[in-house]
Design a binder for this molecule. Structure first.
Ligand code: GRF
Length: 200
């Protein structure tokens, strides 16, 4: 049986990438076929190299337009024919053309309980608003910013005023939930059907 192939897009530290590597590196059914970063110094590229995963740095600044950058991205992705494109801290907005090409095969993780706190600085917003709970969301990507159909959420009570500690706690949740969702999609238990999440 052919493995279910993941392509992972990153821009930074890649702790979520690491969690996915740790979960699936000895899995016969799920394979991380490539990692792509738009940042040269992204530590995630080192993590990928350490795990012998093909990895690429594509500098968006080398391209005249978003479309040109994404064409390069797509040409690399298509050489692997991924079953799922996983955004793991990828800090570029993707165009409608890219999103539509991978609709239903493109997921993202966001550090908030969406629809609360789209965009950046979610941990700060949680503290500023004295929220009782904070959490993470994994969603299919559509053409809305952080707004696609939700695959799963996980939450914790906010028990600290320390921004870094809160961020760390949220990262721990991310490292559990993201591989779980990937597993479910790869095993056909979760999919996007006509714009809605379907679980079987
Ligand atoms: C995570 O908090 C994720 O939710 C957000 O970007 C961050 C990436 O962290 N989209 P890392 O690079 O995986 O450590």
């Amino acid at each position: 049986m052919n493995p279910f192939k993941l392509a992972i897009l990153i821009s930074g530290n890649g702790s979520n990438l690491q969690a996915i590597i740790d979960k699936f590196q000895n899995d016969k059914l799920i394979e991380i076929s490539c990692v792509i970063s738009n940042k040269k110094d992204a530590f995630g590229l080192t993590r990928a190299s350490n795990a012998n995963i093909d990895n690429y740095f594509i500098d968006h600044k080398d391209y005249q337009s978003r479309q040109d950058f994404e064409s390069k991205l797509i040409s690399i992705l298509e050489s692997y024919k991924p079953d799922l494109v996983v955004l793991a801290g990828f800090m570029r907005i993707l165009s409608e053309v890219f999103v539509n090409k991978y609709l239903g095969k493109l997921i993202n993780i966001h550090p908030s309980l969406l629809p609360k706190y789209k965009g950046l600085e979610t941990h700060k917003k949680v503290l500023d608003n004295n929220d009782k709970y904070h959490g993470v969301t994994v969603h299919f990507v559509d053409n809305t910013l952080d707004g696609g159909p939700i695959c799963a959420q996980s939450k914790i009570p906010v028990e600290t005023r320390d921004l870094e500690k809160l961020e760390e706690d949220i990262h721990k949740l991310e490292h559990i939930i993201y591989p779980e969702v990937i597993y479910e999609i790869a095993h056909g238990k979760l999919s996007l059907e006509e714009g809605k999440v379907r679980r079987t």
